[in-house]
Design a protein around this ligand. Structure first.
Ligand code: MLT
Ligand code: ZN
Length: 483
């Protein structure tokens, strides 16, 4: 190990304490590999600061020595955004020790918390105060608020409540040179110049490290009604959504599309779970309504939506959750799709958003293109149709090894799906971010002006290119990632 490396590690230990600074390969392994085990990096050290002051000192030290820093929350990124590359020269800065809810202001409807609080803990803290923090994603037990912010996370309730950008009133972030930017004021109106917090939200730790946030709280719903519905096809699903919004308005909280192969995959990996309807249908939707009104009224609204859908021939069959336990069981089937794919291995993840008016046509056309390239692929298609986001994840056929399927099809399939989405005014990353997985694809879907602006902002805030280097920004031709 070079003298500088030893100096840096000694300096890090002095800042965060011995126990919070790991530097053996074995100790660092959980932090240098992503949770899907697709990205395996190396690090100089993994540190877990306990305060904003310590984050600031770590960044100042690393900047002084030109050492890259990879910020990390729950390490649940699907895009390889939270692990270091193979060079071994970076420090991973994990936020898990900064896990305090600092304040809940029930009058202002806000919650101030440190970045390392898990989403589950944040939701529970809000609930204890009789409020809802509405972000809902399957990995809520592991993912952290800082990671949710840095990727502008979305999930299953965006249709009603918006994504992380919409739910945030202020953040605190540490810049590479150690300076601290803070807008932790909890204001719903503040037109005093640029909205700087939005630069950091969604920047995947490439501009600064988010250490705290003020989040919006909502009223806790008093009634929830959930149905699992088999629909004719994705066109019918879109029409059903339109009818549901007309009938129930704001109460439509979630509207998730699920393809037959997606449900089959989950049922195969959870044999104790049964399907809500007899048989696995080609296309299903999970609908959730919620409101502050009475449960009977909401149940009646859901029934009206379903009856109308049946009458107009959109719905093939439907099961209404008769209890909270039923509703949880329906949601479990939906939320397990992601982990079932991870266990199965060999899925090509495309995270598309597209105007709702085009989404059904997109699914049909993208499916045809993928099946022309990989005729036996299992079409695991699902996601947050209500907000225009579909996870389009062709999966290896049973019996074909994951590596073989990915080597044969990953590039062509993801280019076909992403290319089609881009041509239809869609996005190639609706909610998962860019990380390294989609970094080089940005050149095909951002204009030269957008890319130049992104690099200009990056160079202004991180002139040494030390924060999460080689993530998000595609390299300008002829440069390496440190240039
Ligand atoms: C989900 O909605 O389950 C995840 O965002 C999708 C995924 O893991 O691909
Ligand atoms: Zn999702």
């Amino acid at each position: 190990m070079a003298d500088t490396d030893t100096n840096v590690i000694d300096g890090l230990r002095a800042i965060v304490g011995d126990k919070a600074c790991l530097d053996t390969a074995a100790d660092m392994q959980p932090f240098t590999t992503d949770y899907r085990r697709l990205y395996h990096g190396k690090a100089l050290a993994v540190v877990a600061p306990a305060s904003t002051q310590q984050v600031s000192e770590v960044l100042a030290l690393c900047t002084k020595h030109g050492v890259p820093v990879v910020p990390q929350g729950g390490n649940t990124s699907l895009m390889g955004g939270a692990v270091p590359d193979a060079s071994g020269n970076a420090v991973v800065l994990n936020l898990r020790r900064m896990n305090q809810v600092l304040e809940i202001d029930a009058v202002n409807d806000t919650m101030t918390l440190q970045a390392g609080v898990t989403l589950q803990a944040a939701r529970a803290a809000a609930e204890t105060a009789g409020r809802l923090f509405p972000l809902r994603i399957g990995s809520e037990g592991s993912c952290q608020i800082g990671g949710n912010l840095s990727t502008n996370a979305g999930g299953t309730a965006v249709l009603r409540y918006g994504n992380m950008r919409d739910l945030t009133l202020g953040i605190e972030a540490v810049l590479p040179d150690g300076r601290v930017y803070s807008s932790l004021r909890g204001l719903r109106k503040d037109n005093t110049g640029y909205d700087l917090k939005q630069l950091f939200i969604g920047s995947e730790g490439t501009l600064g490290i988010i250490t705290a946030a003020v989040l919006k709280l909502m009223p806790l719903p008093s009634a929830t009604a959930v149905a699992w519905v088999a629909v004719k096809d994705p066109h019918a699903a879109v029409q059903l959504l339109t009818q549901a919004k007309r009938t129930a308005g704001q109460a439509v909280t979630a509207f998730e599309l699920i393809s037959g192969p997606a449900l089959s995959l989950v049922l195969a990996s959870m044999p104790q779970q049964s399907a809500p309807l007899p048989g696995v249908h080609d296309w299903m939707v999970l609908i959730e309504l919620s409101s502050g009104g009475d449960a009977e009224g909401l149940d009646a609204t859901l029934m009206a939506i379903l009856e109308q859908g049946m009458e107009s021939g959109l719905i093939v069959d439907a099961a209404v959750a008769a209890s909270m336990a039923d509703a949880r069981a329906f949601w479990l089937l939906r939320e397990e799709i992601s982990d079932a794919q991870t266990r199965e291995g060999g899925s090509i993840k495309c995270d598309i958003s597209i105007p709702l008016s085009k989404i059904a046509g997109f699914i049909a056309e993208a499916s045809a293109q993928v099946l022309a390239l990989a005729p036996d692929a299992r079409m695991v298609i699902y996601g947050h149709m209500g907000d225009g986001n579909v996870h389009f994840n062709p999966l290896r056929p049973k019996g074909t090894p994951a590596a073989e399927f990915l080597a044969a099809h990953y590039t062509q399939v993801s280019q076909a799906v992403d290319g089609l989405a881009h041509r239809q005014n869609g996005s190639i990353s609706a909610e998962h971010g860019i990380g390294v997985a989609k970094r080089d694809d940005l050149v095909h879907c951002k204009t030269p002006v957008e890319l130049a602006l992104m690099w200009q902002i990056k160079r202004t805030l991180d002139p040494g290119n030390l924060l999460n280097p080689s993530k998000v920004l595609p390299l300008p031709a002829g440069t390496d990632h440190r240039a």
